[in-house]
Design a protein around this ligand. Structure first.
Ligand code: LMR
Length: 393
């Protein structure tokens, strides 16, 4: 039987790193996957994480299963981080990464709202449609990006929301939109949430970059607007990036419900999905996050490390704009400094992305998304020169 299986295409993001690793050229640069790199091109383990691991290593060890929905202590600190003041009626789970949380949501929707479609921004993270397709949930798209102005297609976004059938789900990026780096302002968030409430849609916020935009609190503004407005809400958090815990797979799922009874019912359905999927979550990453968030000294140290990562990325944005200008690349690239998070949506075409890879060993995602966190003082001029060459300066 297995001989009939066909080769699957490489993953749109992680597959690029596979190709990068296979590339023998020493000057190669990986600006594809969203992983933070320091000024030397390394992805360091945060000091606050190492300190928390040392504390955990000295404490009592327990390798028994966690409950299906994970650690309750972790859920508490996550809810404070995400919502500030957590809403009254919540359900949720501690999940293997943000992706694990999204897959639980997808299975939950398929089971409980079999007629609902999930509306995704155009463009979005390429794994979004894959996750919902794998769970048998149909997806549709709403406009998000205005190519002519490199900004949010706000009017078209609102107009489309007004046409979405009641009972559908709309997925929004809580901050640092992936891939465009363009987020709504607080005023725009309010208008979006009003339009969503008016249509009777269920908002799902993918919140994978808290702290990478303007700060932990500032980046939570959209999520908190929704929570404070009081309707139903689902938030998927990831701590891969802001705690640098990529391979520990640590995330969380928070459902805000309107009553105690609906929260209990939702929780029972989440538990069913998790049990049939991965049974219960891995503990280590969540224990690190909980240890850091509960210890004032560690928390301060983590916040400083996060601020440093954010500052370096924003600094590289400006340096990229300067380097492109210095190379005489035609066009106004100042929009790069207005984008937030790890990514810049460069406007490079598929053919230009291919040329960057083939001729210059520079790897970016097919949509033209550049991981700004992969730029360093050592590679930025070469990257700007190569971009200049492929756009035909
Ligand atoms: C990305 O968009 O590069 C990250 O979210 C990593 C991933 O899993 O795709």
């Amino acid at each position: 039987m297995l001989e009939t299986v066909e080769l699957a295409p490489r993953d749109a993001i992680l597959g690029i790193t596979v190709a990068f690793n296979e590339d023998p050229r020493s000057e190669k640069v990986n600006l594809s996957v969203g992983v933070y790199q320091d000024e030397h091109g390394n992805t360091p383990t945060l000091k606050s994480v190492i300190d928390a691991e040392n504390i955990l290593a000295m404490g009592p060890s327990n390798k028994a299963y966690l409950p299906i929905s994970g650690s309750t202590g972790y859920a508490e600190v996550v809810q404070q981080l995400v919502f500030g003041r957590p809403p009254d009626h919540m359900a949720g789970a501690h999940t293997p990464g943000g992706t694990g949380g999204l897959r639980v949501v997808a299975d939950f929707l398929h089971e409980n709202f079999p007629k609902a479609s999930v509306w995704l921004s155009d463009p979005t993270w390429p794994n979004h449609p894959s996750i919902f397709a794998a769970a048998g949930v149909p997806t549709k798209t709403y406009p998000y990006f205005d190519q002519s102005t490199n900004s949010l297609a706000f009017e078209r976004l609102l107009a489309t929301i007004e046409t979405i059938p009641s009972g559908d789900v709309i997925l929004l990026h809580g901050c640092c939109h992936n891939p465009t780096g363009i987020d709504p302002t607080v005023k725009e968030w309010r208008q979006v949430l009003q339009a969503i409430a008016k249509r009777g849609l269920l908002p799902l916020l993918d919140f994978a970059y808290q702290g990478f935009g303007d700060g932990l609190e500032q980046d939570a503004a959209g999520v908190r607007e929704f929570a404070e407005a009081g309707g139903d809400l689902i938030v998927c958090s990831s701590f891969s990036k802001n705690f640098g815990l990529y391979r520990e797979r640590v995330g969380a799922l928070s459902f805000v419900c309107s009553t105690k009874d609906s929260a209990a019912a939702v929780q029972s359905q989440i538990n069913r999905v998790v049990r049939a999927n991965y049974s219960n979550p891995p503990a280590h990453g969540a224990a690190i996050v909980e240890t850091i968030l509960r210890d004032q000294r560690l928390r301060e140290s983590w916040e400083n490390e996060l601020a440093h990562m954010r500052g370096r990325i924003n600094g590289m944005r400006q340096q990229l704009v300067d380097a492109l200008e210095a190379q005489g690349v035609p066009g106004d690239y100042s929009f790069i400094t207005k984008q937030r998070g790890m990514f810049s949506f460069s406007g490079l075409s598929k053919a230009q992305v291919e040329q960057l890879r083939e001729q210059y060993a520079i790897y970016v995602v097919g949509s033209g998304r550049i991981n700004v966190a992969g730029l360093t003082p050592a590679n930025i001029d070469r990257v700007a020169e190569a971009i200049g060459a492929v756009v035909g300066k």
